[in-house]
Design a protein around this ligand. Structure first.
Ligand code: SAM
Ligand code: SF4
Length: 321
């Protein structure tokens, strides 16, 4: 559906849990806090909402979290989501640790792609960021497994100062055929208190290693990444620079939290409490109108350059990234 600025909003990110098996320093270093089980939407509630979103023209659905795979039944949820009339693509964003366990079930459920978060391949630095050991090795295993199952994989890395020296090593995944995207640190949640690494400096470092790296009009998935290619890389490298290279005019997404709150923009807390409507006995038509109004009023752009004006106070793990 179109919002009031004429953008076609057809992409919903669904956070199915706030919980996570990692403690990334820019996301939830102290854990997620207690959310009562009954406050989180059931899969049935998510599916009812997905049907309403699809009827409004939403086509792409990404399952995220917290860590989506710590919630039992995530693969069955993917399967059910794929069957909702109007849903075209269902993908997932995960830290990858549980893919060796659930990868086959996800592939069998019809998952259309998986984005795996990995900030560096250096084990000791990754441990300092995530609070866990052996993450890089487990992710490497997960990448190989998902590719062998025929599920497209992308690697997503948040640009941090301490991982700047590791950028080219991580980009070797692209040399091996797996697209790598570098994400600018956003001042959301814990990200407010950290300084990220400048994407332009990261690009310059990559160009020193692959001098022919050049922008290329590649469309992978349904996000806003700007892609670069090199003869030395068999997959592209992307940049998602939400802060320094604002792409709000082409934004196509809204987010649904695990507690059923619809968030039209990452920067602002204003949205619609769909859980209250679901549990208040409202009809699909009434819920559809609430969604339509919230999406229609999606803000024109974020204000990350002026964090004092941001009204979003949640952690990234509660929003789903
Ligand atoms: N646990 C899953 C994972 O890590 O992929 C899914 C949820 S996580 C919140 C989704 C994405 O948000 C991850 O790629 C993570 O690196 C990114 N993220 C978290 N906090 C961020 C921040 N402040 N700025 C930019 N990206 C962030
Ligand atoms: Fe967990 Fe993902 Fe947040 Fe890391 S970024 S703490 S893996 S939710």
């Amino acid at each position: 559906m179109l919002d009031k600025y004429g953008r076609n909003i057809d992409y919903l990110r669904i956070s199915i849990t706030d919980r996570c098996n990692l403690r990334c320093k820019y996301c939830m270093p102290d854990g997620c806090g207690k959310v009562a089980h009954e406050d989180v939407l059931s899969y049935e509630e998510f599916l009812r909402l997905a049907g309403i979103f699809a009827a409004l023209g939403f086509r792409h659905f990404r399952v995220t979290g917290g860590e989506p795979l710590v919630r039992e039944g995530a693969a069955d949820f993917v399967r059910a989501l794929k069957r909702v009339p109007g849903v075209e693509k269902v993908t997932m964003t995960t830290n990858g640790l549980l893919l060796t366990k659930y990868g086959p079930a996800l592939a069998e459920a019809g998952l259309d792609g998986v984005n795996i978060s990995l900030d560096t391949t250096r084990p000791e630095r990754l441990e300092a960021i995530t609070g866990a050991r052996d993450v890089a090795a487990r992710v490497d295993e997960a990448v190989a497994l998902m590719l062998s199952l025929g599920v497209p994989v992308k690697i997503n890395a948040v640009l941090l100062r301490e991982t700047a020296p590791d950028i080219c090593a991580l980009a070797e995944y692209a040399a091996a055929g797996v697209p790598v995207r570098f994400i600018e640190l956003m001042p959301v949640g814990e990200g407010r208190y950290l300084t990220g690494y400048d994407p332009d400096e990261a690009l310059a470092a990559l160009r020193r290693r692959w001098p022919d790296l050049h922008p290329e009009d590649v469309k992978l998935g349904f996000g806003p990444a700007a892609y670069y290619k090199s003869a030395g890389l068999s997959a592209p490298i992307g940049f998602i620079d939400a802060v320094s290279h604002r792409f709000c005019s082409g934004c196509n997404r809204v987010r649904l939290t695990s507690q059923g709150y619809l968030k039209p923009c990452l920067c602002f807390d204003e949205g619609a409490d769909l859980r209250a409507l679901l549990r208040g006995g409202r009809t699909d038509g009434e819920i559809r109108e609430a969604i339509r109004a919230a999406v229609h009023n999606k803000p024109r752009q974020h204000c990350f350059e002026n964090p004092a004006a941001m009204t979003e106070k949640h952690l990234m793990s509660q929003i789903g990234g």
